[in-house]
Design a protein around this ligand. Structure first.
Ligand SMILES: *Cc1c(COP(=O)(O)O)cnc(C)c1O
Length: 385
């Protein structure tokens, strides 16, 4: 007399999926007692990321993507009372480290095709800050939102023209490419995340990508309490405890072996969503603006075209939730967040107009094509198309 099963099995946005060798590398760490925030797994994980990213980049494995962003600001010389330009349409972790440094975030809105920072508005903001404060902003943080590459060619040009370091927040974009380059390699510093919900995971972790071995060494120095080369503990600067654990790096080593498989899966699901929503006038699936951009489609995102309010998106979200399917509103821009209400903002209305009329849909390695078909059917059913 068992109870009837009423609950559907859950479908999540993006959860961890192990390739098979992660436990072997973790066990190796146990076997040789490398239970520390350094060791052979950390070295091998960094090497494999460097090989993957190419372009002569150097990688420092850290405890989180947020830690990597913080160290990027430290290396860029950002100090109290400096200004840092930051893409407004992003997750708060892009902006929080600016506050850790006692600096002021200056938020810049996005352009429509990639949803990332508008090069035009960025240039305007730089000129305006120089006019208003007599001082150049100290750094630029641009994001590859949902895995979509930003307009890197123009952004790099602006960064060079004004001689302001560019930091690429590629936390969501491991595996995405723009032209021939991989996301994470376009700025002076790049950041990726290995949180549990990202393209690959170390349970929690991140990496700082830089252009020289000297910068990598500096990052490692700051990430291990800024210890000087003396037999005793000598400190000339304030450091952090940001290094990645050798246990977590073991998971990362195993995950690198399935990265390509994950990327292909995310892209296939995105293709399927696009086909399934092709006929519906009421929905657009966010897509690569041209063949130069190749998103990893970390999360497939859709926009409801009909209305400029929360109603449809929330109705759909609640309906999916009733079937045990996770979906999520798009990131709420930083210039609309209470915590940043005093920060200057250069707007063009694009993120204000879009963020509340869209949803992120299940896109991870545990999501099947059958799941996607069912999700699309449910969405079409509830919005009646
Ligand atoms: C996840 C994420 C981060 C932070 O990475 P953590 O590893 O979670 O600290 C930063 N920026 C963006 C855009 C993210 O999505």
């Amino acid at each position: 007399m068992g109870k009837a099963i009423t609950q559907y099995p859950p479908i999540h946005l993006c959860v961890a999926s192990m390739g098979g060798y992660e436990e072997k590398y973790v066990k190796e760490a146990f076997d040789c007692n490398w239970i520390a925030p350094l060791g052979p797994n950390v070295d091998a994980f960094e090497k494999s990321l460097e090989d993957y990213l190419g372009n002569g980049k150097h990688v420092a494995a850290l405890s989180s993507g947020t830690a990597a962003l913080h160290l990027a600001l430290v290396l860029a010389g950002v100090q109290a009372n400096d200004e840092v330009l930051c893409q407004s349409w992003t997750f708060s972790a892009s902006a929080n480290p600016i506050i850790y440094q006692g600096a002021t975030p200056i938020f810049v809105d996005s352009e429509e095709s990639t949803w990332n920072i508008s090069p035009k508005l960025l240039e305007y903001a730089i000129e305006d800050r120089i006019n208003k404060t007599g001082k150049k902003p100290k750094a630029i943080i641009a994001v590859d939102l949902y895995g979509m590459p930003a307009k890197w060619e123009e952004l790099v040009e602006i960064s060079k023209h004004y001689d302001i370091p560019l930091i690429e927040d590629a936390a969501e974009a491991l595996g995405s490419t723009y032209k021939e380059g991989k996301c994470g390699t376009f700025g002076q510093y790049g950041v990726v995340s290995f949180n549990g919900n990202k393209m690959i995971t170390t349970s929690g972790g991140g990496a700082l990508i830089s252009g020289s071995i000297e910068e990598k060494k500096k990052a490692l120095y700051y990430s291990t309490q800024a210890r000087e080369l003396y037999p005793w503990y000598e400190h000339k600067r304030v450091g952090y405890n940001y290094r990645l654990s050798n246990i977590c790096a073991g998971i990362g080593r195993g995950q690198m072996e399935v990265l390509e498989k994950h990327i292909e899966h995310h892209r296939n699901l995105n293709k399927l969503y696009k086909v399934l929503f092709e006929e519906t006038e009421k929905i657009t699936v966010h897509h690569n603006p041209s063949s130069l951009f190749k998103s990893n489609f970390w999360l497939t995102t859709i926009i409801f075209k009909e209305r400029n309010d929360f109603e449809i998106a929330e109705t759909v979200r609640e309906y999916l939730a009733s079937k045990n399917i996770e979906s999520r509103p798009l990131w709420k821009p930083m210039h609309l967040q209470p915590v940043f209400k005093h920060a200057p903002h250069y707007g063009n209305g694009i993120s204000d107009n879009l963020w509340h009329r869209g949803l992120c849909l299940p896109s991870g390695p545990k999501v099947s094509e059958e799941d996607v078909k069912w999700i699309a059917t449910l969405i079409k059913e509830i919005i009646d198309c």
